[in-house]
Design a protein around this ligand. Structure first.
Ligand SMILES: Cc1ncc(COP(=O)(O)O)c(C=O)c1O
Length: 343
């Protein structure tokens, strides 16, 4: 009953086997390994983007921060939902890597910006001449921090607005696979076909040991990204271990298979909770992250039953939680949790 985070799960056997294979003998360092040569084509095929540039890093924070630094000036505004990971959970790394760009929080129910709320934020920024930050980049998270998703059409509406101000759009895809499975969208539909310029394509949460790919749809930006990654200290010397994970992750659609399982476990949990009296989900939960609310006293019961998850702020007399399922969650885990809830 371990639902604290998809980061708490281990690495999938296919990833570990790929790492063991990559460990054999010698390989060129710093991204010049043969696996990375193959991976360029594999990612381009996955995204149906033959020109795309692809770089691997080991954390989502640096994937996001380097991606934003490619498009934001130090005096830029980066627009993202107020609850966005880049705004709340990256310790100022996006500001650090962009040399001080300002994050502007955009409102929106259930973790989602709307054309209306983003439009308002865009309209009121950059109007003060030299005295204020200038509009820079829009960053969208899918799956959102509230566990909800954007469809490609909803992303396209946001990026169209960004483009009307001549701004590029970034997608934080720490849970990209879960978002694709939940919406039925392909990687291409979710990104460049919906107007996304650069994506942080997550692997770690969904069964890798530690790898994220930054996919850049404008190849003219590639060299600058390489320089920024090295200067930022994120060019791995034994890069083959990053490449091997990502290659295995994409092979035979492992990324989609793992996310399909994680989402199915999320749906099982959501269905079970919704059927219980006096409990509900605070946000729709189409993927693998749920925010239930229940009566006070429930945390203590679940804790003594051995369940692990994050507690969240709740209205008076109530309690709330964040539950995350992963590739390794079992039906037995979910059912044990639901039994403990019912008890
Ligand atoms: C939405 C989102 N983006 C990015 C990340 C990546 O963070 P990390 O630097 O911990 O890999 C996370 C991890 O919690 C996340 O939830």
């Amino acid at each position: 009953m371990y639902f604290t985070s998809d980061n708490a799960s281990g690495a999938a056997p296919e990833i570990m086997a790929a790492l063991a294979r990559a460990n054999d003998g010698y390989a060129r360092s710093y991204g010049a390994d043969a696996i990375m040569d193959r991976l360029h084509d594999q990612i381009r095929a996955t995204f149906q983007a033959p020109e795309a540039a692809v770089y691997l890093v080991a954390t989502g924070t640096v994937a996001n921060s380097l991606a934003l630094s490619l498009y934001a000036q130090p005096w830029s505004a980066v627009f993202a939902h107020s609850d966005a990971h880049i705004a709340q959970d990256e310790c100022g790394a996006p500001e650090f890597y962009t040399n001080g760009a300002k994050l502007i929080g955009v409102a929106g129910d259930h973790g989602r910006m709307t054309p209306d709320t983003l439009g308002q934020a865009l309209a009121r920024t950059g109007t003060g001449g030299v005295h204020g930050v200038q509009r820079g980049v829009v960053s969208i998270t899918n799956v959102t921090e509230a566990g909800t998703t954007y469809t490609p059409a909803e992303i396209a509406a946001l990026t169209a607005l960004a483009k009307s101000y001549n701004l590029p759009s970034h997608l934080d895809g720490a849970r990209f696979a879960n978002a694709c499975v939940a919406t039925g969208a392909t990687a291409a539909e979710m990104t460049w076909q919906a107007g996304i310029d650069i994506v942080s394509f997550g692997g770690t949460k969904n069964g890798c040991l530690g790898v994220e790919a930054v996919v850049i749809f404008d190849p003219a930006k590639a060299w600058e990204f390489e320089l920024r990654r090295k200067r930022g200290g994120h060019l791995f010397s034994k890069h083959r271990y990053l490449s091997a994970q990502m290659e295995a992750y994409l092979t035979d659609d492992l990324w989609l298979r793992l996310a399909t399982h994680a989402n199915a476990m999320g749906a099982r949990l959501a269905k079970g909770i919704a059927a219980l009296p006096d409990m509900h989900l605070q946000h729709p939960a189409p993927a693998n992250m749920l925010f239930p609310e229940w009566p006070a006293g429930t945390h203590a019961r679940l804790d003594s039953a051995g369940a692990a998850y994050y507690q969240m702020p709740a209205p008076q007399g109530r309690e709330a939680a964040r539950l995350v399922t992963s590739w390794s969650t079992t039906e037995a885990d979910v059912d044990a949790f639901l039994n403990a809830l019912r008890a």
